[in-house]
Write a protein that binds this ligand. Sequence first.
Ligand SMILES: [Zn+2]
Length: 376
Amino acid sequence: MLQFDLIATEGLARRGRLRLNHGVVETPIFMPVGTYGTVKGVLPQSLRDMGAQIILGNTFHLWLRPGLDVIRAFGGLHRFEGWHAPILTDSGGFQVWSLGEMRRISEEGVRFASPVNGDKLFLTPEVSMQIQTVLDSDIVMQFDECTPYETRGHLTTESEARASMELSLRWARRCVTEFERLGNRNALFGIVQGGMFESLREASLEALVALDLPGYAIGGVSVGEPKEDMRRIVAHTPHRLPAHKPRYLMGVGTPEDLVEGVACGVDMFDCVMPTRNARNGHLFTRHGDLRIRNARHKADEAPIDETCGCHTCASGVSRAYLHHLDRCGEMLGPMLTSIHNLHFYLNLMHEMRQALEQGRFAAWRVGFAADRARGV
Ligand SMILES: [Zn+2]
């Protein structure tokens, strides 16, 4: 089930509410990434405390480990990982694509050797739907081919991007058929592809809209293209999608990318950046980014961000302590910094939702940019 209501709009930006089988999601929203059934280093209770409403799981990885028999015995991913709110799973397409030379794509699907034990595996649109049905994901993503920015050492040409986009469309139709055959009662999203070509994006979008899916994603961005190409596609596609359905920009991005995406009409985001960067000592703050490994933090008694209400900042953890934990490779370090970065992203979305409700998103955006440019 999926119901989406628009509560307020300002320009192309939207404030909405998404009802899914495992709960309600206020949009625009950021979705923390829980690849292996865990948002790395963060307790499920901490995720709830910081206001996470929906998290991601990864079809490809969960298929390989623990495997579907285990998840099936638990009645789905929610109970298995102790997260009882909505979950979105990707289709596995992106991970298969990332295997590079180790996979072979055909019309039928993708053959590859398991990176875990070398088993020969075959992932098809039908198998992806079957796995995501066992996972009981609230939002199921269609199996697609993520068109790369570069193909065999050259920029992907228009005809290569067209062939890839058309394959994804044929796979989308097979996903719809299998999803219905399985009697899945969650929501299947289509993914707009087309590389860096607006005309292909429009063709992809038009064909997917004809399938009347409950939501749509914009895929194939943040795949190594220059920032200006990403901005061009993010400005192009979202507002062309049906206004009464949720729009999800996959794998993006920095805090500024999220603000830009919302301004262009995107409702949902996911990205590994807050957690991955936290593990690398890269922290996001209201006044710019902070590198905790920098020697100037060695005796720095300040919290990461004095304006932050996250558990780490509010409990008085200093930059000096985080610098020390990082230098010693202590596991508490990335746990504390992941909480901070995720809280920063979730709070950013919360602020945008409030600003949209109050009709002051444009003014908020100017203020946020000025704050971020000030420097830590
Ligand atoms: Zn904090």
